[in-house]
Design a protein around this ligand. Structure first.
Ligand code: PMP
Length: 365
């Protein structure tokens, strides 16, 4: 049903219709020109051979510095998606489970299913600003739980938990002997900069060049963990993807040299767009104010009978706007995710149309 909408969007575009895509989970900015130069120069220089499955030493070292650890604690993966899959595959045997706070990124669930494991949900409430629920976490963890996934800031809500809450989740899981996977894909887009998470005992960190750096298609990410876990992920790389292309890692290294500057730009743009969303949605639809780039996750007004899928279909058909229905993120069928990517004018007109359609649908019932 969710993928039906994506297929519908492709079909309409093929027919020449203009669709404003608020469904895409990627920024509309690209890598900095000097980053592209570094990669292309490396490619021309022949940096295009098989290489270390751990990643280029210089890049591992540079990433490690930001997380107060060493190169031996870092492995480069083709996007952190692959790193997360590797970690889950290495941590979960069939019949084991992982726990994730919901709403959550769809891929966690699909990965667990693929591994013959269950992803248990700790459902969080809009009314509580999607803050972690520790009683529900305690109830979800059982003797077969191997990993708790923490994604703060979160896809799809863009809520970042307080640092105290993040610490409490980590301490709680450490006490229970369960690993925490901190999926920090959006951490560098926090409106109030947090700095990178230091690597700690019992925690594995996933980071990526995809989001703030605008490098989604480069497929460069990293996993940070204890040395033994890193060795296992390196072996996983070795038997599957071998290595992330070296010239792309050289580009990523250049991006890291410009980290502060790139992040500041990405943060400012994301903040501006969240401001546009607030101006149009506030008081019209219920949603939690985002703490980071670049999503919002509103709830359908109670007066609307249909669910997020019906609303998404109506939006594509009637207004040429694509969104993702909330069911993609767990038990949130009355919600929908909007990505605030795209130019300001398109974003503004799309958000106004969404509010208009929601109000019209409410009046019709
Ligand atoms: N984590 C979350 C929460 C995401 O939304 C995404 C991408 N949509 C990723 C991880 C993976 O990013 P990548 O593989 O591009 O590094």
């Amino acid at each position: 049903m969710i993928y039906d909408i994506i297929e519908k969007v492709y079909k309409l575009e093929k027919q020449g219709k203009r669709i404003i895509k608020l469904n895409v989970g990627e920024p509309d900015w690209l890598a900095e020109p000097s980053v592209i130069d570094a990669a292309t120069q490396a490619l021309r220089a022949g940096k295009a051979r098989y290489s270390s499955a751990a990643g280029e030493q210089e890049l591992r070292e540079a990433i490690a510095k930001y997380h107060s650890c060493e190169a031996k604690n870092v492995v480069i993966t083709p996007g952190c998606k692959f790193g997360i899959y590797a970690l889950l595959a290495l941590s979960l045997k069939p019949g084991d489970n992982a726990v994730a706070f919901a709403p959550y990124w769809t891929a966690y669930n699909l990965m667990c299913k693929q591994l013959g494991c269950q992803l248990k949900r700790v459902n969080l409430d809009l009314q509580k600003n999607f803050a972690p629920d520790f009683d529900a976490l305690e109830a979800a963890i059982d003797s077969r739980t191997r990993v708790v996934i923490m994604n703060s800031p979160n896809n799809p809500t863009s809520k970042a938990w307080s640092e105290a809450d993040e610490k409490r989740v980590i301490d709680f899981c450490r006490e229970k002997g369960v690993l925490v996977l901190a999926d920090d894909a959006y951490r560098d887009l926090c409106f109030t900069p947090r700095g990178d998470r230091p690597l700690g005992e019992g925690v594995v960190i996933a980071t990526t060049f995809s989001k703030a750096f605008g490098m989604t298609g480069w497929r460069v990410g990293s996993m940070l963990a204890g040395e033994e876990t890193i060795k296992k992920i390196v072996a996983f790389n070795q038997m599957t993807v071998t290595n992330v292309p070296v010239f792309l890692q050289i580009g990523a290294l250049k991006a890291l040299e410009m980290k502060a500057e790139i992040e500041a730009k990405a943060r400012a743009l994301s903040k501006k767009r969240a401001g546009i969303a607030a101006r149009i949605l506030r008081g019209k639809l219920a949603y939690a104010e985002p703490d980071a780039g670049f999503y919002v996750f509103p709830e359908l007004p109670a007066g609307i009978k249909g669910d997020g899928v019906a609303f998404a279909n109506a939006l594509v058909d009637e207004a040429g706007i694509a969104i993702v229905p909330g069911a993609a993120f767990g038990d949130y069928s009355r919600f929908f995710r909007l990505s605030l990517a795209g130019d300001d004018a398109s974003l503004e007109s799309a958000l106004r149309k969404i509010v208009e359609l929601a109000e019209r649908a409410e009046r019709a019932h």
